[in-house]
Design a protein. Structure first.
Length: 1106
C-alpha cells in the first residue's frame, strides 16, 4: 500500500510494530491471500438492540464503505461472503479515517453463534478489526452484553476478542460469558497462592470445551461461552506479596481478573468478586487450597446433565500438606455420583462453598455472604439457596477438592475468629436464630435438614478448653454467662434424635446438651450391675461403657498397684462416687476401695464446666503366692448401685496395650494380661502354672506377626525385641547401663557436664554412653572423650531396652521412648519404660511446668532441682511427685561455671509466643518490627545515653537475643558500640565474661546469678507476658520479691539502673546477694557427685525390691 506517513511521527502508533513497519495481516479469500491493514477499535458499546463500534482506520486507495459482520468461516455451511452491513459515518484526519456504525442485533441469526467484524471498502475488500491489549483489558471489566428477541427465543449478544486480539461478535442462548466464575478471596497466602491458581489453569477442560468450544475450536456449532473459566482474584488488603501475585496472573492471562480492596474479611472479598462474575456457575475456592486436575470438567459436566434436578453440586474434600485423608463429611460420597434431597436424607448436610458449585441464577442479583459473620457464613449462603428453592444438591464423587492442612499454624484462622466478639453473639443471632426463623417463615416449621445443620454447627461450641480461656479473654464474665445461656436456648430448635445423631462430639457432650436443653438430670434404669441413661425415648448410654484408663500397673513385694481414672456422668454428686477393685481367685472374692486423688483432674469440660467427671484412683491389692490366678475388675458405686466398668483403656506408661492380642506384662514372678473387662494376674511359680514366661513371649510375638507381617517397620521392631529377650536369657548383665543426653543435636548442657563427670569418676560398675545425632559437631567432639551412641540408631534402641537409667537434660518424648518417632512403641510397651528416668533439667524452674512434666506424662524417677523454692514447688504443685522422686542436688552444669570478666554488660531478652508467625512458628510475626518487644530492645541497644555511659566507664555493651531471633538480627539497628553475639557463643562463656546481665523474664540468667553477679530486669510487657499468650504459667517466683536485681518497667528506668551499676563497678548489692545465697541449695561444685550418688541409691533400692 502507498503510505507516505512520517515514520518517526507514528513510531508508537499501534499500526506500526517495534521496527516502525506497518502491521499487515494475511486473510485467505477465494483461495487467494490478500494483505490488508489491520484497523483498531477505539470505542465499543452494547446497547439494548444494537452494538455501537468506532474504529480508527488507515486511509486506503479505495474509500471505506461500511462496517460489516460475517459468520465465522465454516460455520453451519453459511457462505463466507454472506455479510450483514451497517452504514457508517466517516471522518478523515491526517492519514487516518474514523468510522462508526450501529449493528442491528435483530439481523443476527439464532443459528449462528460467532461472527467476524470487518471494515469494508468500496471495492469490496474486507479489513479485520483488532484491539490493543490495553483496550481489551479495560473493556473486559465493563458490562458488555445485550439481550434481544428473535422469534420466541431469547438470545444474547456479546462482543469479545480472540487470543490474537481480533474483534468478534458472539450470539448465545445463554446470558453467561463463562462456564464457571471462580472467585478467590486472597489474604496473606503468598506461600500457597500460585499453587491454588495453577490448579485452575492446569485443569482438564475438554468436557467443558465440548459444551462451550472456544472460538478457535474446529467445530463451532456448540459455542456458548467466550472462555470456559473466569478467575477473579480478590486481594483483601493482604499485607504480604499476595496482591502482587494476583496482578502478575491477571497480566499474563486474559481470563484472570485481579481486584484489590481494603481488608474486610473473606465474606466481603467474595461479595466483591461477585460484582465481576459472568459465569453460569460460581465457585469460591480458598487461596491456599487447590482442585484435582479434572475437577472443573467433572463438576461442569455433571451440573449440565442435571441442571434442573439440583441447585448446588459439591465434591469430596481431601486433606493435603500436613495431613492426608478424607474430610469427615465425605461419607455421603461412598455411593458415588448422585443427587441428594435433604428432605429425605436430612443428615447429608452441605457446609462448604469452597468445594461446591452454584447456579449463578440462584445467586444473582441479590444473594451475598453475610459480612457480619466470622464463622457460619458458608452455611448461611448455602442454606439460603436451599430454603429459597429446592433443597437438592449433586455429589460428584469422581474428583476432589484438596484442602490444605498447613504444616504450621493450621488453626490460626479458626483461633483468630474465636478472638473476635462476632464469633459469639453475632453468630447465634446471624445464623442460628436466622435459619430457624427463616425456615419457619417459609415452611411453618423447622425441617429436619435445618435442625441437623443447626446441631452440626452448634456441636463445636460445646467442645471447649477446660476453663474456656479464649472466650473469657474476649467476653466479660457477665457476657460469657449470657453467651452460654443463648447457646443453651438454641437447643430448643433441635429434636433429641437429631442431636444424638451428631458425629463429631462424644456422648458426654450430647448428654450435657440435653441436660441444658431440659435443665434436669437424665433418668436412670438399673439392671444387672449396670444403668442406662435416657431422656424420654432417647437412650444416652450405659454407665458401664464410660471409659476407664489405666496409667500404671506395678507389682512389688507381692502387692499389685493399679493407678488410673474412671469417668462418670449423669449423677448429682459425681465426685462422691466411690471406686473399687474386685479381686477373684479360687472361690474367694474381695472388694477393695480405691484411694481417690482429688488434685488430679482428667474431667472433660465444656464452656468451663466439667461435663464428664474423672475419678482418679489408686489401689493396692495383696497377691497370695499360693494362689495360681487372680481376676480383677473395676467397679463404681453409682447412686448406691454397684456397676462394673467394661471399657478399659491403657495410657502410655501402662505396660499392657490392646494394639496386639496376647499383650502381657511380667514382673516379680507374675504375668498381667487383659481380657475385657478383666485384668488377670497369673503366678508363674505356682505349682499349677500352665505356662512359663517364654510361652507368653512366643504368643505375643505370633500375635504381632499375624497382624503386621507385611509391615516392615513393625517386623524390624519385632526382631529387636527377639534380640533383647534372647540376650536376656543367655547373658547376665555385669554392669549397669546409663544413657546420658542433652538435646538431640546439641550438647553443652547438664547432660554433657554429667557425662564428663562420669568419665572422671570411672565407675567400674557402670557402662555409660552419651546419646546424640551424628550430624552435629558435638558428636565428633564428645567421641574423643568417651562412648557416644547415635540417636535413634539400632544400637541406641537396643541399649535403651537394656539400660538401667536414662539421664537427660530434656524431657522430649524421644528421650524416654526411642520408638516414638517410628510408631513402634506398642511392640515394646512392657519393656520400653523399664529404665529409670532422671531429668537433669536445662535450667532452674521458676514457673509452673506441671502440665508438661507431671508424673503421668513423664514418670520421672529422679527430678533434679537446684533451689530450695524450686524443690518445694515440685512437691506442692500438681506434678504428683514425692520426696522420693524429687532430688535437691544442684544442676550438673553449675559445677563447670567460671569467672573470666571482660567488662561486658549483656542484654539477654527471652522469647514471646506472640512474636511468632501464627502460620509458621519458625518465622517472625509480620508485625514483629512494630511490636513493643522490637521497639523496646532496638531503642535500648541504640540508646545514646546508655552507650555514652558505657564508653565513659569502660564497659562493652553486648546483645544476646533468644535463639529464635538469631537469624533476624539484621532487623535491628546495629550500633558500632554494641557487640552482637551469635549462636556460636556458648552461654557458659557469656556468663563468665559478663559483669552485668539485663533481662526481662529469662530463666537462663539463673546460671549468672549462681556466679553471684548482678542481674537487672525490665518487664515492659509483664501483663501481656503472663496473660496466657505465652507458654509460661506463673509459678512461685515473684520478681519483685525474689528477683536477683532491680525490676523496672520502662526504657528510661532500665537505662538509669544500668548506668548506676556501671558507675559502681557492677557491684552486687547485699540484698540480692542474700537472695541468691538463700535461693540456691549448693555452691560447692559437687552437684554432679550428688546426682551420681542419688542414681546409685535409687538403682540399689530398686534391685532389692525386684
Amino acid at each position: 500500500y502507498n503510505s507516505t506517513f512520517d515514520k518517526q511521527k507514528y513510531l508508537c502508533n499501534p499500526f506500526y510494530d517495534k521496527n516502525g513497519l506497518l502491521s499487515i495481516r494475511r486473510i485467505k479469500e477465494n483461495k487467494k491471500y490478500l494483505d490488508v491493514v489491520i484497523n483498531y477499535v477505539t470505542a465499543l458499546a452494547v446497547n439494548q438492540d444494537s452494538i455501537h463500534i468506532e474504529i480508527k482506520c488507515v486511509n486506503m486507495d479505495s474509500p471505506y464503505k461500511c462496517i460489516a459482520i460475517a459468520p465465522k468461516k465454516g460455520i453451519n455451511d453459511i457462505p463466507s461472503d454472506t455479510l450483514i452491513t451497517a452504514e457508517c459515518s466517516i471522518s478523515e484526519n491526517d492519514g487516518f479515517s474514523s468510522i462508526s456504525a450501529d449493528i442491528n442485533l435483530s439481523e443476527l441469526s439464532p443459528d449462528t453463534y460467532l461472527y467476524d467484524v470487518y471494515c469494508q471498502l468500496q471495492d469490496g475488500s474486507l479489513i479485520s478489526v483488532k484491539a490493543e491489549p490495553e483496550f481489551i483489558a479495560n473493556f473486559r471489566n465493563q458490562e458488555h452484553k445485550s439481550c434481544y428477541l428473535s422469534g420466541e427465543n431469547q438470545l444474547y449478544a456479546f462482543t469479545m476478542f480472540n487470543k490474537t486480539g481480533n474483534l468478534l461478535l458472539r450470539c448465545s442462548d445463554s446470558p453467561y460469558e463463562y462456564a464457571v466464575s471462580i472467585i478467590m478471596a486472597v489474604y496473606n497466602t503468598e506461600l500457597f497462592l500460585a499453587e491454588a491458581v495453577d490448579s485452575i489453569i492446569d485443569q482438564q477442560l475438554d468436557s467443558i470445551n465440548n459444551f462451550c468450544a472456544c472460538f478457535e475450536h474446529k467445530s463451532y456449532q456448540d459455542i456458548r461461552f467466550s472462555e470456559p473459566v473466569q478467575v477473579i482474584l480478590v486481594d483483601d488488603g493482604a499485607l504480604d506479596n499476595s496482591g502482587k501475585i494476583c496482578d502478575a496472573y491477571a497480566e499474563k492471562y486474559d481470563f484472570i481478573t485481579a481486584v484489590h480492596k481494603p481488608n474486610g474479611g473473606v465474606s466481603s472479598a467474595r461479595n466483591k468478586g461477585l460484582e465481576y462474575a459472568k459465569g453460569k456457575y460460581l465457585n469460591f475456592i480458598d487461596s491456599d487450597d487447590k482442585f484435582k486436575e479434572n475437577a472443573l470438567s467433572k463438576m461442569f459436566t455433571y451440573f449440565e446433565a442435571n441442571y434442573n434436578k439440583m441447585e448446588i453440586a459439591t465434591m469430596p474434600i481431601v486433606f493435603f500438606d500436613a495431613a492426608s485423608g478424607n474430610h469427615w463429611l465425605n461419607e455421603k460420597f461412598k455411593k458415588g455420583n448422585r443427587i441428594i434431597d435433604l428432605r429425605s436424607e436430612y443428615n447429608a448436610s452441605l457446609l462448604f462453598v469452597n468445594a461446591s458449585f452454584f447456579k449463578a441464577e440462584l445467586v444473582m442479583p441479590d444473594l451475598r455472604f453475610d459480612e457480619t459473620l466470622v464463622t457460619g457464613e458458608d452455611s448461611k449462603f448455602i442454606y439460603t439457596i436451599f430454603l429459597r428453592n429446592n433443597c437438592r444438591f449433586g455429589l460428584v464423587a469422581d474428583t476432589e477438592y484438596r484442602y490444605r492442612r498447613r504444616s504450621k499454624g493450621e488453626d490460626s484462622a479458626i483461633q483468630a475468629s474465636k478472638l473476635n466478639r462476632n464469633f459469639y453473639f453475632d453468630y447465634l443471632d446471624g445464623f442460628i436464630d436466622w435459619i430457624a426463623a427463616y425456615s419457619k417463615e417459609l415452611n411453618g416449621f423447622i425441617p429436619k435438614y435445618v435442625q441437623y445443620v443447626i446441631a452440626q454447627q452448634l456441636q463445636w461450641r460445646f467442645v471447649q478448653d477446660k476453663d474456656a480461656a479464649i472466650a473469657k479473654s474476649v467476653l466479660t464474665d457477665e457476657e460469657f454467662e449470657q453467651y452460654k445461656q443463648h447457646l443453651f436456648d438454641e437447643l430448643r430448635f433441635v429434636d433429641d434424635d437429631i442431636l444424638l445423631m451428631q458425629k463429631m462430639i462424644f456422648r458426654e457432650q450430647k448428654l450435657y446438651m440435653l441436660m441444658k436443653k431440659y435443665n434436669t438430670l437424665p433418668s436412670c434404669e438399673y439392671f444387672d450391675n449396670d444403668a442406662n441413661l435416657y431422656y424420654g425415648n432417647s437412650v444416652i448410654g450405659l454407665i458401664s461403657s464410660c471409659y476407664t484408663k489405666i496409667d500404671f500397673i506395678n507389682i512389688h513385694n507381692d502387692r499389685l498397684t493399679i493407678e488410673g481414672y474412671t469417668m462418670i456422668h449423669g449423677c448429682e454428686n459425681p465426685y462422691n462416687t466411690k471406686v473399687f477393685i474386685s479381686a477373684s481367685s479360687e472361690n474367694e472374692n474381695t472388694m477393695t476401695e480405691c484411694e481417690i486423688n482429688h488434685e488430679r483432674d482428667q474431667s472433660v469440660y465444656s464452656l468451663g464446666e466439667p461435663i464428664f467427671h474423672s475419678l482418679c484412683f489408686r489401689c493396692t491389692v495383696p497377691l497370695d503366692k499360693l494362689k495360681n490366678k487372680y481376676q480383677f475388675g473395676i467397679f463404681v458405686d453409682f447412686n448406691n448401685h454397684m456397676i462394673q466398668k467394661k471399657d478399659i483403656r491403657f495410657n502410655k506408661f501402662s505396660p499392657i496395650n490392646t494394639a496386639y492380642d496376647n499383650s502381657y506384662y511380667a514382673e516379680n514372678g507374675w504375668v498381667i494380661k487383659y481380657s475385657k473387662p478383666y485384668l488377670t494376674a497369673v503366678n508363674l511359680f505356682s505349682e499349677s502354672a500352665s505356662a512359663n514366661l517364654t510361652d507368653y513371649e512366643e504368643q505375643f510375638e505370633k500375635a504381632v506377626e499375624r497382624k503386621d507381617k507385611n509391615n516392615r517397620r513393625i517386623m524390624n521392631a519385632l526382631k529387636l525385641r527377639k534380640k533383647f529377650f534372647a540376650y536376656q536369657s543367655i547373658y547376665h548383665k555385669k554392669k549397669d547401663i546409663w544413657l546420658i543426653s542433652d538435646r538431640v543435636n546439641l550438647a553443652g548442657d547438664n547432660g554433657e557436664a554429667f557425662f564428663l563427670y562420669m568419665l572422671e569418676k570411672n565407675d567400674p560398675d557402670v557402662d555409660f554412653y552419651f546419646v546424640i545425632n551424628e550430624n552435629c559437631p558435638d558428636y565428633e567432639r564428645l567421641s574423643e572423650y568417651g562412648k557416644v551412641v547415635i540417636q535413634n540408631s539400632q544400637q541406641h534402641k537396643f541399649l535403651h531396652l537394656m539400660a538401667d537409667v536414662i539421664v537427660s537434660a530434656h524431657a522430649n518424648e524421644y528421650v524416654i521412648d526411642p520408638f516414638f518417632n517410628d510408631s513402634t512403641t506398642n511392640v515394646f510397651r512392657d519393656i520400653v519404660f523399664r529404665p529409670k528416668y532422671v531429668f537433669l533439667q536445662h535450667g532452674v524452674i521458676k514457673d509452673d511446668l506441671s502440665d508438661w512434666l507431671n508424673r503421668f506424662k513423664k514418670n520421672i524417677s529422679g527430678f533434679i532441682t537446684a533451689a530450695h523454692p524450686e524443690y518445694q514447688s515440685i512437691l506442692d504443685y500438681t506434678y504428683f511427685y514425692t520426696e522420693k522422686e524429687t532430688w535437691l542436688t544442684g544442676l550438673p552444669r553449675h559445677d563447670r561455671l567460671y569467672h573470666d570478666e571482660k567488662n561486658y554488660i549483656t542484654i539477654m531478652p527471652t522469647w514471646r509466643k506472640y512474636l511468632t508467625d501464627p502460620n509458621d512458628d519458625s518465622m517472625l510475626a509480620e508485625d514483629f518490627t512494630s511490636s513493643d518487644f522490637f521497639n523496646f530492645y532496638n531503642a535500648l541497644i541504640n540508646n545514646e545515653k546508655l552507650i555514652s555511659a558505657a564508653k565513659k566507664n569502660n564497659y562493652q555493651l553486648c546483645f544476646m537475643p533468644h535463639p529464635n531471633i538469631m537469624q533476624h538480627l539484621d532487623l535491628f539497628e546495629h550500633n558500632e558500640n554494641v557487640l552482637f553475639f551469635g549462636t556460636e557463643k556458648p552461654y557458659r562463656e557469656i556468663y563468665a565474661e559478663s559483669n552485668l546481665v539485663m533481662t526481662d523474664f529469662s530463666s537462663s540468667i539463673m546460671d549468672f546469678a549462681y556466679l553471684r553477679k548482678p542481674v537487672i530486669y525490665c518487664q515492659f510487657d509483664k501483663e501481656r507476658f503472663f496473660d496466657g499468650e505465652h507458654v509460661y504459667v506463673q509459678g512461685y517466683y515473684d520478681y519483685e520479691r525474689d528477683g536477683f536485681g532491680e525490676v523496672t518497667y520502662t526504657l528510661d528506668d532500665i537505662v538509669d539502673v544500668m548506668i548506676s551499676y556501671m558507675e559502681n563497678n557492677c557491684q552486687l548489692k547485699n540484698i540480692y546477694r542474700q537472695r541468691m545465697d538463700s535461693f540456691f541449695a549448693y555452691n560447692d561444685k559437687k552437684n554432679c557427685e550428688r546426682v551420681y550418688l542419688k542414681i546409685k541409691d535409687m538403682l540399689s533400692e530398686d534391685k532389692k525390691n525386684n
